[in-house]
Design a protein around this ligand. Structure first.
Ligand code: ZN
Length: 186
C-alpha cells in the first residue's frame, strides 16, 4: 500500500507520536478509517523517511477525497488481507494507547487525592472531588496540581477549607496559563 517502503515499526512510531490521529482531520483508526504516513516534504522533492518528515494521515486526507474508495480499488487477495491486518493492528495499538492513557490519568488523580486523604486521615474522598481533580489535571500538569494540594493541606486544618483553597490555587494557575498563552511574547 505505501508508495514508499516504510517499515511497520517506523510507521507505528509515527502513529504513536501523533496519538493515532490524522493530523489533518483528527480521525482515529476504525472500521472505515485507515491511517498512513504522509511525507511533509514530498519524496519527489527530496523529502526523507525521517520521523520529523513524517506525519499521520488518514487515507482520505493523504490521497485526497477525490480518490476512489479503498474498497473499490481492485486488489489481490493478499493485498486485501494485508489491509485488513494493518487496520486491525492500528485499531489494537490505538486502544492500547487509550488504555495506558486512562491508567496514567487514574494514577495521577489518585496521587493528588492521596495527599488530601493522608493529611486528613480519611480513607475515602468525595466523588465530586475526584471529578474536579481530573478536570484540573486536564488543564494543568500533575506537578502543579500536586503542589496546589500540598499547599492547601499545609495551610488549612479541615477538609472543607483545604478543598476550597486547593481549587482556588488551581483556578489561579489555569487562569495565568491561559493569560500566558494569549501573550506568548510577554
Ligand atoms: Zn484525515
Amino acid at each position: 500500500m505505501p508508495r514508499i517502503a516504510i517499515s511497520k515499526k517506523l510507521r507505528f512510531d509515527v502513529f504513536k507520536r501523533d496519538g493515532f490521529q490524522c493530523v489533518y482531520c483528527g480521525a482515529h483508526p476504525s472500521e472505515t478509517v485507515l491511517l498512513e504516513v504522509d511525507h511533509v516534504h514530498p519524496v519527489a522533492e527530496g523529502g526523507s523517511n525521517d520521523m520529523d518528515n513524517l506525519v499521520t494521515a488518514c487515507w482520505d486526507c493523504n490521497r485526497g477525497k477525490g480518490a476512489a474508495l479503498l474498497s473499490s480499488i481492485p486488489q489481490s487477495l493478499e493485498e486485501k488481507a494485508a489491509v485488513v491486518a494493518e487496520r486491525e493492528a492500528q485499531i489494537r495499538a490505538y486502544y492500547q494507547i487509550l488504555e495506558l492513557r486512562k491508567e496514567r490519568q487514574d494514577e495521577e488523580a489518585w496521587s493528588v487525592a492521596d495527599i488530601f486523604m493522608e493529611r486528613f486521615a480519611e480513607d475515602s474522598i468525595r466523588r465530586e472531588y475526584m471529578v474536579s481533580i481530573r478536570m484540573f489535571l486536564e488543564r494543568l500538569n500533575v506537578f502543579e496540581v500536586r503542589e496546589a494540594m500540598e499547599i492547601a493541606c499545609a495551610k488549612k486544618y479541615s477538609t472543607g477549607p483545604a478543598w476550597k483553597y486547593f481549587c482556588g490555587v488551581c483556578w489561579n494557575k489555569v487562569r495565568s496559563a491561559t493569560a500566558d498563552g494569549s501573550h506568548p511574547h510577554h
